[in-house]
Structures are given as C-alpha cells and as structure tokens.
Design a protein around this ligand. Structure first.
Ligand SMILES: *[C@@H]1O[C@H](CO)[C@@H](O)[C@H](O)[C@H]1NC(C)=O
Ligand SMILES: *[C@@H]1O[C@H](CO)[C@@H](O)[C@H](O)[C@H]1NC(C)=O
Ligand SMILES: *[C@@H]1O[C@H](CO)[C@@H](O)[C@H](O)[C@H]1NC(C)=O
Length: 262
C-alpha cells in the first residue's frame, strides 16, 4: 500500500505528511461499488498486491524490517478479502477486462514516471537532502525503490506505443489535482469546519492555510497547458469518488496534518 502512495506523494510532493494509513482508511471507507468502481478495485488492489509481493519493493520500503514486511502481508489479506466477492461473479470479472487493461497501462505509466522522478531527485543533492531530511535510511529507500521498479520503467520506455500513451494521457499530478480540489472545497464550508474541529479556531485555520497552499499549487499547475491537456484525457483508475469525501471521512488529526504538510 505504502508504495503506491509513496509514489504519489513523491511525485506530487503535496501530501507527504498525510500518512499512508490515513489515506488507506479513506480509500476503504469510500470504495465505489458501482460496476466500474468494482473493476477499478480489482485492478488497483491487484497492482498493489504485486508491489507488496515484490521482494525488492518490500525491502526498499521496509528497510529490511520484518515487522513492517508483515504489515504488507496483512495488507495483502485485507485487499484479497475485499476482492474475493467481486471475483466470485464471473460476469463482473469478464465485463471488467477492458477497464482492467486500461488501468494496468496507466499504472505502468505511473510507475515508470515515478522512476524517472526518483532518478531526477537522486541526481540532485539539494533535492535529495530536502526530501530525505538528509537521513541516510531515507536516501537508501529512494535508491532501492528506483532500482526495484527499474525493469518496469525500462519496459514501458522501450515500447513506443505505451510510452506515447503515457506521455499524452498520464501524470500523477492529475490525481493530486483531484485531491487538492476536494481539499479546497472542504475548506470553504465554515459551518462544516467548525463542527468537524469542534469550534477550535486554530485547527480550522490550519486546515484553511493548507487549502490555500493547495489552491496556489493548483493555480500554478493549471498554467501548464501540456499538463492540463494530459489531465483532461487521463483515464480514472481510482475505486473511490474523491469528490464525495467529506471532512468526517478524514481520520482524526488528518486535517491538521494536511494543513501543516502542504
Ligand atoms: C535541484 O533541486 C532543487 C530543490 O528541489 C531545485 O531548486 C534545483 O533547481 C534542482 N537543480 C537542478 C539542476 O535541477
Ligand atoms: C506495447 O504496448 C502495447 C500497449 O500496451 C501492447 O499492446 C503491445 O503488445 C506492446 N508491444 C510489445 C512488443 O511489448
Ligand atoms: C485547539 O487545537 C490546538 C492545536 O491542535 C490545540 O493546541 C489547542 O489546545 C486546542 N484548543 C482548544 C481550546 O481545545
């Protein structure tokens, strides 16, 4: 699990403080169980399980810590349990094949782009220091993660059809934009904020400050015409409707984390 959100957070840089656990909590609470949403569950969860079962990825993300590696297996069990009833319906699985094929291509693109991003960061000491807070373990994680995903990245780049598709229709920042857009929307409802934070003005303000930074980032990104074009075309791969996430769906403390982390 962490891997996917590490990829997302590394490349957006926006939600580094949110914590993968909080995101996972939202994901599981807001699952879209429509026919299309079920297809996205199958593809996303299978791709996460593949990463969680990839020894190089696990080693990169856990630093060889067996208790953390156990957590990734616990995650595999949860995701399998979620998929089992969907998979039990053969018609659903058959109908999902085109969506799953697209989702897998998009996921390959995201992994390949993440490797490029990681390598760009690793080539720039200032960026490495900023991202890892100069912690050698974190640096090691970035290097190992890049190496673990390198085969996939090379395969994508070697295939002109696939790399063309990736360049024109996939960018992880498009997913970040959906999240930031919803964040800004949540921050605009004073009554809901006061209720959620029990009228604690400090916490409300922190949330709003975070949303203001998200808005600035969105405004900057929207000036980038190529990115805007890509985001207009990018197929959805998420099995949740981000636009339906409310303040009360956020794990406690998360709003503050979001506010400070932006
Ligand atoms: C290196 O990273 C820093 C911090 O992210 C950035 O400001 C700088 O432009 C980068 N340098 C190069 C050569 O990309
Ligand atoms: C290249 O990618 C396309 C689209 O994903 C796929 O259909 C095709 O089989 C791939 N070609 C090779 C040689 O792997
Ligand atoms: C409001 O939240 C802040 C930050 O979490 C906390 O330090 C403060 O004690 C809270 N104030 C009240 C009145 O609960």
């Amino acid at each position: 699990m962490r891997s996917l959100f590490v990829l997302v957070t590394l490349t957006t840089g926006a939600f580094a403080q949110m914590g993968a656990v909080g995101l996972f909590g939202i994901l599981m609470k807001k699952l879209d169980n429509s026919p299309q949403g079920q297809c996205h569950q199958l593809s996303l969860f299978t791709n996460i399980i593949d990463l969680a079962n990839n020894p190089k990825v696990v080693d990169a993300l856990t630093g060889g810590d067996p208790s953390k590696a156990q957590m990734s297996q616990a995650l595999v069990s949860i995701l399998n349990a979620q998929m089992d009833p969907i998979k039990a319906n053969k018609a659903t699985v058959d109908n999902c094949q085109p969506t799953i094929a697209t989702d897998n291509e998009v996921t390959d693109c995201l992994e390949s782009q993440a490797v490029t991003q990681l390598n760009n960061i690793l080539a720039n000491q200032t960026a490495v220091d900023a991202m890892t807070k100069s912690n050698p373990q974190n640096v090691d994680m970035l290097k190992k993660l890049s190496a673990a995903l390198d085969d996939k990245a090379k395969a994508v780049k070697a295939n002109a059809t696939e790399s063309g598709f990736c360049d024109s229709t996939v960018d992880v920042r498009c997913i970040g934009q959906k999240i930031m857009t919803q964040f800004v929307k949540l921050a605009s409802d004073d009554a809901a904020l006061n209720a959620h934070f029990a009228n604690n003005a400090t916490q409300v303000q922190q949330f709003k400050d975070g949303a203001a930074k998200a808005q600035t980032r969105l405004d900057e990104q929207r000036k980038d015409e190529k990115l805007t074009g890509v985001c207009g075309k990018m197929p959805n791969i998420l099995p949740i409707d981000i636009g339906s996430v409310t303040l009360d769906d956020l794990p406690s403390g998360m709003g503050i984390g979001m506010g400070m982390g932006m």
